[in-house]
Design a protein around this ligand. Sequence first.
Ligand code: CTP
Length: 403
Amino acid sequence: MIKGKVVVVGVTGGIAAYKSAELVRALVKRGAEVYCVMTASACQFITPLTLRTLSGNPVYTKMFDEPRVWDVEHVGLADKADLIVVAPATANILAKAACGIADDFLSTTILATNSPVLFAPAMNVNMLNNRVTQDNIKRLEGFGHHVMATGHGDLACGYQGEGRLADIEEIMFAIEELLAGDKPLQGYKVLITAGPTQEPLDPVRYLTNHSSGKMGYSLARCAQLMGAEVTLVCGPIDLNVPKGIKRVDVQTAEEMYQAVLTVFTECDVVIKAAAVADYRPKQKNENKIKKQNSDIYLELARNKDILAELGKIKEDRVLVGFAAETEDVVANASEKIKRKNLDFIVANDLLQEGAGFKHDTNTVSLVFPNATVKRLPQMSKDAVAVEIWQNIIKIIKMRGSVG
Ligand code: CTP
């Protein structure tokens, strides 16, 4: 959603200015074309060189510099921007933007743009709570601008309270929302499973796999941005789920089965991206298993195949699975489509470079019940998620149940 978008990052003069470097880095990493505009005060806190290096583009600091291209540059940038984000935004820039003051490059660009503007304020708690600032925030929102909430905690001025810059991850979530555009999944309820399961052996050990949950997370986030109501049932994963996604944490395959069944009936689409353990230790020891002088043997019991169980009660829901394979990828995936009654399967060749667990990229093929195979090149997991959702939307439309 961010890839290829032009994002102007406005930086104003507060101690949190150093965090703008992290924001620029995150945007560039996600494929945005980033241009930074710094106020004179911001340049007291960090140097334009830092942001120029991270963004790979010139940094705008002065209104009347020699233009780098023949264009009225602040207007050019205001037109070019898909979004302007001001982070950190001081009380001063909020006040200027709320009153239409345009006396430097940043305030002029804000006034000249028709694109969304997002402010991430950071300031002393008393300045933030001052009625003037609060009125300015309301005015900005009244003009259609977006102002993020600040974080709570220790402030650089020695005070405690509201006024910290929102987390970079939160700012990135807000940027994604604003750039998302169409909402083809509005009104749809979707269930996604993600991550590994853990099957306890004793109080300190368990059987698991390398799944990081990143693919399921990308699918959940993409669905949310497309307007769906999302439930994410996940095994133990180390990812922050954006606000608005209902997260249900489970540990074992049995717990995942129960959690999935609870929400399944009210869902329109289910994607099972979780790497569910097929087996669990037959016996869970109450106490830690002690070392023996000889080898020990584990007896394993079969877990339910959650997806196959859902396939039996699917009705007109769209049901999509993943197939983690290391050989005969398409043939094995096709067999799983039939056995589990799926609309399509995302086949993952785990032996390919940049595919499968832990990576931010994936190389997959979409395999359909009529044996057609759509091979995708190596892509970010976010881009794979968009492809998967586009194919699901096609299926929903064909069934005539999408608005
Ligand atoms: N799956 C499931 N419950 C299980 C095992 C798998 O719901 N107990 C789901 C996975 O979430 C995935 C799909 O089934 O969407 C395929 O998982 P995979 O591990 O590739 O296949 P298996 O059916 O377990 O077969 P095998 O391990 O023999 O390849």
